[in-house]
Design a protein. Structure first.
Length: 274
């Protein structure tokens, strides 16, 4: 099976609070990623609006099939590349920290709502999602979705592994000084669960510098594609970047054949976890 070349877009997106700027940056990145042979582009958590935008979350939130989603679908179809991205989703009176996935033809493939909210800001403006495993098929690869903090809970990633996820997409907004998540935890999660993880982070600062948030946040960057053998196939630095690497189903099958973690589980011993 042909490897799925995956691009990770690391950046602020645009001016926090400006969906138009974020979409323009996404269009440029999609064009470049497609030129490199990528079939999938993964952007960060809350990509369309910026993360630290305070009370503007409610103002900028839109339905999963809103104008932002339509614009992303147009970008994907124009460049022939699937796109995963974060955005604030409105569903009636509720607002969710969500991630969407559209195919290279612009068709909507999946929507996921972050299940584990981080800190006072998120818990004050978002409602947590309640569907732990969301998946779609892309070029023969079983793709799953989480958002940022979700991947730091081993139960979430193991649930994806048991459901057959081969590539886990994680739009994120990891801030300093928690670089250990990108540098150590992500490769370990990929190894222990025998799957690929595409972790696309923000970079730079947002917040009380005028972007609408309550305090300044410095994002860690360090976006990466972690492989099931525990290696990192692509790693961004701390600034704006677009990195690419292949998700190879053949290597995944070989790794799963060699690594006994999933086969040697004893679920009957784990009842106390729930």
């Amino acid at each position: 099976m042909t490897p799925l070349r995956t691009a990770l877009l690391q950046g602020p997106g645009g001016v926090p609070g400006s969906t138009a700027d974020s979409l323009a940056a996404l269009d440029r990145a999609a064009r470049e990623a497609a030129a490199r042979g990528a079939r999938l582009l993964v952007a960060s958590e809350m990509y369309l609006t910026g993360y630290a935008i305070g009370e503007r979350v409610a103002e900028l939130a839109e339905p999963a099939d809103g104008s932002g989603a339509e614009a992303v679908s147009g970008i994907a179809a124009e460049h022939g590349i699937a796109v995963a991205y974060g955005y604030p989703e409105r569903d009636g009176d509720a607002v969710y920290n969500s991630a969407g996935l559209v195919g290279p033809d612009g068709a909507r493939l999946a929507d996921y709502r972050k299940t584990h909210l981080y800190g006072g800001f998120e818990t004050s403006v978002f409602r947590p999602g309640d569907t732990p495993v969301v998946q779609a098929d892309l070029d023969g690869v079983r793709v799953g979705m989480l958002v940022c903090y979700d991947v730091e809970f081993p139960e979430n990633v193991r649930a994806h592994a048991l459901a057959g996820t081969e590539l886990l997409l994680v739009p994120t907004a990891l801030m300093r000084p928690y670089e250990i998540v990108a540098e150590t935890l992500l490769p370990a999660r990929a190894f222990e669960n025998q799957l690929y993880i595409a972790y696309a982070n923000r970079c730079g600062t947002e917040g009380a510098d005028g972007s609408g948030g309550d305090g300044v946040i410095t994002f860690a960057g360090l976006s990466c594609l972690a492989a099931p053998d525990g290696t990192v196939r692509a790693r961004a630095g701390t600034g704006e970047d677009l990195v690419t690497a292949d998700v190879d189903p053949g290597r995944l099958r070989a790794s799963r054949a060699d690594n006994p973690y999933l086969r040697d589980r004893r679920p009957e011993l784990y009842a106390s976890l729930t």
